[in-house]
Design a protein around this ligand. Structure first.
Ligand SMILES: [Zn+2]
Length: 176
């Protein structure tokens, strides 16, 4: 395990309410609608509300045992997880996916295209210079490792528990 400070972990700010909340809901509705449709097409079970003051999302679990090899994805404010993968990685996986929903607050309708382009660039760079532990679409993707308060690194290697890690998890209601 690594110390949290070696992972570029940041405590996410509380999302403001009121008119900003309404505008965010409109701005993020199209991509989240895609997420709900994907979850239904994949045969996911009942949706569940997750998150805390920093971000809230809808969680769907893929049918158990049917999608081995799948991991987790945030399509807007919809998080879809493979149940055994989610169980194995615990709260840090959900914290990472909830951190993606904060990017979605900014990117709105261009969230998916921007992710797709950066994943493709990461894939090309990875072909030239592979990075062990990381998947090709994550290794050089700034939306996975730089411009995110909970980088994908925590899923590969959870940070040691500290005041900082507890604050981050609490902001997403993933710790007491
Ligand atoms: Zn990610």
């Amino acid at each position: 395990m690594k110390a949290a400070r070696d992972i570029k972990l940041l405590v996410p700010r509380t999302r403001s309410g009121g008119i900003a909340c309404v505008l965010r809901a409109v701005w993020t509705a199209p991509t989240s609608a895609v997420g709900h449709a994907v979850a239904r097409l994949a045969g996911c079970g009942r949706p569940e509300r997750i998150g805390g003051v920093a971000a809230r999302a809808t969680l769907y679990r893929l049918p158990s045992g049917r999608c081995r090899g799948c991991s987790a994805i945030a399509i807007g404010h919809v998080v879809i997880v493979e149940p055994s993968f989610a169980e194995h990685h615990g709260p840090w996986l959900l914290a990472h996916e909830l951190a993606h929903t904060r990017q979605h607050d900014w990117l709105g309708p261009v969230y998916l295209p921007v992710h797709a382009v950066l994943q493709a660039i990461s894939l090309v760079l990875y072909a030239v210079r592979p990075l062990s532990k990381y998947s090709p679409v994550h290794a050089y993707n700034p939306l996975e490792r730089t411009f995110i308060c909970v980088p994908i690194d925590v899923v590969h290697e959870p940070p040691l528990e500290s005041e900082l890690t507890q604050k981050v998890l609490r902001a997403f209601a993933l710790a007491a």
